[in-house]
Design a protein around this ligand. Sequence first.
Ligand SMILES: Nc1ncnc2c1ncn2[C@@H]1O[C@H](COP(=O)(O)OP(=O)(O)OP(=O)(O)O)[C@@H](O)[C@H]1O
Length: 207
Amino acid sequence: MLEANGVVSVRGERTLFNGLNLAVEPGQLWQVQGPNGAGKSSFLRILAGLLPAQAGQVHFRGQSIADVSSQYHSELLFIGHKAGIKPELTAIENLEFYAAIQGHPLTAPPYELLEQLGLVGLEDIPAQRLSAGQQRRIALARLWLNSASLWILDEPFTSLDVSGIDLLHQRFQQHLASGGAVILTSHQALNDLPVQVHTLALEYQFE
Ligand SMILES: Nc1ncnc2c1ncn2[C@@H]1O[C@H](COP(=O)(O)OP(=O)(O)OP(=O)(O)O)[C@@H](O)[C@H]1O
């Protein structure tokens, strides 16, 4: 589904990685690991076409992501490590916003999803007044409002409690079972995930 070959990234004076390869098949979950500053977020952004690489290629279904940019972005869901929510909007308004920008406006308030996300009773409060974990739950609602086949998620578990982590695990399992793929970073071990976790380890390069 997604293939990266010989990817090189230089940021500032430092070469973060020099020739990274990755091949992601449908139904697979990949965890990009490594210490702070190793370049995990940079690599995810390169895979998502949001950051240029200094060398190397990224192909989606056999075609360069630069050549099929609009098809790629319709099949890709990227959620960065910042929550990516609109702070002045309520949970419902954020969900309506996500659905609308994906071209599938909601026809009724998404109460069922809010309940699943544990946000019932909080739906009318501006997101900026919710806790970090509640804000993360709003951001992750996109995983239910989207039909993208490839999910690239930077630290999706940050701030989530045990039930939030469990909810995310279940969602990953459904997505993979339907032929989707997930690439994520996480500083936590993913031992409890009920699917096989493939890993790509980055090391901190000093030069
Ligand atoms: N916008 C930027 N301009 C220049 N350098 C940057 C920029 N963003 C990040 N870097 C540098 O790139 C390096 C890798 O950062 P990156 O965020 O990819 O690492 P990471 O492995 O995701 O780290 P963490 O685990 O702390 O989130 C860091 O040394 C950082 O200073």
